[in-house]
Write a protein that binds this ligand. Structure first.
Ligand SMILES: Cc1ncc(COP(=O)(O)O)c(C=O)c1O
Length: 370
């Protein structure tokens, strides 16, 4: 029996163990110095003034929505081809996600579709850098500026991507959120980071993640509504270690993507992720191939599983989940996103994947199509 190949696997080594142990031995398991150390290391790596650590990408997005003041009566233009949290964070505050179709090549929010969906209640744009491909920020920022809209970037899948103007995703001065679940470019187990749009927003987020306590308040003092969205210090320790090796982690992911591109180049019926049009600036989060129409994706997944290879239909469109259908969204509204959702397949993808593992996946995929 061959070794199973998982969909994702984090790179946890001696440095993560050392720093996690440092926290455990310090007794400062929450609100200790490791949290601030992680925020500083992350901000420095990204090239931004400040960063606010939170308990997940979802909680970071929620704080972003609150900082922009989006609420009941507000509509926010966003992508239906995303992970559900990018729409749920709007629902938490009573704002309405208004989905717009995606670009067929980048699979990111199509600026012309966003412009066409503008209405009287439009309050903002929430672009998602899906699969690590940088969204068309200059175009979206121009729309936002023309119509006085707020911007919140969901960069949860895009740490390390560089946009068309050579700037790192998340470093354009907009509010942006990253996520550190175990399949992400770097992980803290669970965790997230928000890049605030300025010092006031940062202070507000630090208070809101900590039950509404401002920096100068005591434990039982609360200056307003807050949440427990703090990141545990053991998780922050993993984050510090992961930032230290982030460049290598990203380079390994890109190398594995290259191996896949070579291994699948001749395979009929399987399109590899976009090359050109800025693809070299993407950060590799997953390796999603697109199966030709007519190929039974579930059968392919089952045949790969027989060979101990994990794969996943990736991603379902979020406007078709029950709680968004209740708001009136239906099949057929976003043909580009729905076609991508119907035919995409994520293959195993992680930094330590060997050449022979990639070859095994490519061979198994070819056999699964016969
Ligand atoms: C696009 C996108 N948005 C938001 C999230 C939410 O992040 P988390 O799982 O850390 O809450 C994720 C992560 O899965 C994501 O991929």
């Amino acid at each position: 029996m061959s070794e199973p190949i998982p969909l994702a696997r984090p790179e946890i080594g001696a440095r993560e163990e050392e720093l996690a142990l440092e926290v455990l031995r310090s007794g400062r398991l929450s609100l200790g110095p490791m949290g601030e150390r992680f925020e500083r290391a992350f901000a420095q790596w990204l090239g931004v003034e400040d960063a606010v650590a939170v308990s997940s990408g979802t909680t970071g997005l929620h704080l972003g929505v609150r900082a922009l003041g989006w609420g009941p009566g507000d509509e926010v233009l966003t992508s239906p081809f995303s992970f559900v949290a990018s729409a749920n964070c709007l629902l938490y505050e009573g704002a309405r996600p208004v989905f717009c179709d995606v670009d067929p090549q980048t699979l990111d929010l199509d600026p012309s579709a966003a412009e066409a969906a503008l209405g009287e209640r439009s309050a903002g744009i929430l672009p998602v850098h899906i699969f690590g491909f940088p969204a068309a920020m200059p175009e979206l920022e121009a729309i936002a500026a023309r119509h006085g809209l707020g911007l919140l970037e969901d960069a949860c899948e895009a740490l390390g991507a560089v946009d068309s103007e050579g700037r790192r995703v998340g470093a354009r001065g907009n509010l942006a959120t990253f996520a550190f679940y175990a399949n992400k470019q770097m992980t803290t187990g669970e965790g997230g980071m928000v890049v605030p749009s300025g010092p006031e927003v940062a202070a507000r987020m630090r208070a809101e993640r900590n039950q509404g306590r401002a920096a100068d308040m005591g434990w039982l003092d609360h200056g307003g509504l807050g949440f427990n969205y703090r990141l545990a210090d053991v998780a922050a320790a993993l984050g510090v270690a992961q930032v230290e090796k982030l460049d290598q982690l990203l380079a390994r992911r890109a190398a594995v993507a290259d191996l896949y591109a070579q291994g699948l180049a001749e395979l009929d019926g399987v399109a590899t992720p976009l090359a050109g049009r800025g693809a070299e600036r993407r950060s590799w989060f997953v390796y999603p191939v697109r199966l030709a129409a007519g190929i039974d994706r579930d059968a392919v997944i089952a045949r790969l599983a027989e060979r101990q290879i994990a794969s996943k239909a990736y991603l379902p469109c979020i406007h078709l989940f029950p709680h968004l259908r209740e708001l009136g969204w239906r099949e057929g509204q976003f043909p580009v996103a729905e076609a991508a959702a119907a035919h995409s397949l994520a293959l195993p993808f992680f930094p330590a994947m060997s050449e022979s593992q990639v070859a095994r996946v490519c061979d198994a995929l070819a056999e699964s199509l016969r």
